[in-house]
Ligand binder design. Structure first.
Ligand code: FE2
Length: 299
């Protein structure tokens, strides 16, 4: 049933967040303790616990956040690496091209300090690129008194519990992922950069992918960016995808995270979908910074 192994490392304690996936690591202060050895333990715990790790009370500077995130791999926006799509360039940190800001705050001129209501739909970050995101590493710097939770769905456990017939049916099917799906429904027309709607922001990926580190299979389709199954009509696709989305988002595959200031949450977009709940009022400030690691081409 996808039960993670419980085991403290030499350097930290581990507490599962759900029976299926996710763990809180305690006893680590990233900006003081980080070494290659510690990172290797954090990474293997992350993989063992299904790609979701919480570290509380991390008072990282933006630079330290970037340095830690690079242990996972190159970041979108790193020198000599591709940036995120142009449409979100207005939300990137002005001094750090790797930092995507999620916020409802505005500066003195009334310009946004981040994307308000980012990701209020089920998605896997950047799945529309040939090399989608591996880890997303989100650091909460200001949170509302109540609300603004993020929910995660484990697409490895949901794959495991499909019938053998459905697993066989999905084996050789590929799906198109396309930023324009979210752009049309989630972004105001005036901010969508037209060239994002073509070319590099469309990709064909297997519906079932194999995790590079764990070897486990998981579903890799999401309502936010998946447009249709390759070789199927849109009507045919939508029936199959709706079944998969309903299945993946059953309560037993879900973890709901209530943010506290200082939380550093690391999720694996290769096995998890997430949904940011936009239920807090504007007078409740929320400010978060995200690094996004460039992953491998799904296989
Ligand atoms: Fe996201």
């Amino acid at each position: 049933m996808g039960q993670a192994m419980i085991g403290d490392s030499l350097n930290f304690k581990v507490k599962p967040l759900t029976p299926y996936f996710g763990a809180e690591i305690s006893g680590v202060t990233i900006n003081c303790d980080l070494t290659d050895e510690l990172f290797a333990e954090i990474f293997s715990t992350w993989v063992d616990f299904g790609g979701l790790i919480l570290l509380k009370d991390q008072m990282l500077t933006t630079k330290q956040h970037i340095e830690f995130s690079r242990y996972f791999g190159p970041l979108f926006g790193d020198p000599n690496h591709e940036p995120l799509q142009n449409t979100v360039s207005r939300y990137m940190h002005p001094n750090h091209s790797q930092i995507y800001r999620v916020s409802n705050l505005v500066d003195k001129a009334g310009d946004p300090l981040g994307r308000k209501g980012a990701g209020t739909y089920w998605h896997s970050d950047v799945s529309f690129r040939e090399r989608p995101a591996q880890a997303s590493i989100l650091h909460a710097k200001q949170v509302p008194n109540c609300g603004g939770d993020t929910i995660f769905a484990n697409q490895a456990s949901s794959y495991d519990l499909l019938s053998s017939g459905m697993k066989k049916t999905l084996e050789d099917i590929f799906a198109w992922h396309d930023f324009s799906i979210a752009a049309r429904t989630q972004y105001a027309d005036k901010i969508v950069v037209e060239r994002d709607m073509h070319g590099d922001n469309q990709a064909l990926h297997p519906v079932v992918r194999t995790h590079l580190n764990s070897g486990k299979k998981s579903l890799f389709v999401n309502p936010g960016f998946t447009s249709h199954l390759d070789g199927f009509t849109y009507d045919e696709s939508s029936v199959i995808l709706k079944f998969l989305y309903d299945h993946c988002t059953k309560p037993e595959f879900i973890y709901r995270h209530t943010w506290k200031k200082g939380d550093l949450l690391i999720w694996d977009n290769r096995v998890l979908m997430h949904y940011a709940i936009m239920d807090y009022p504007d007078d409740q400030g929320r400010y978060m910074e995200r690094c996004t690691v460039i992953g491998e081409k799904p296989f």
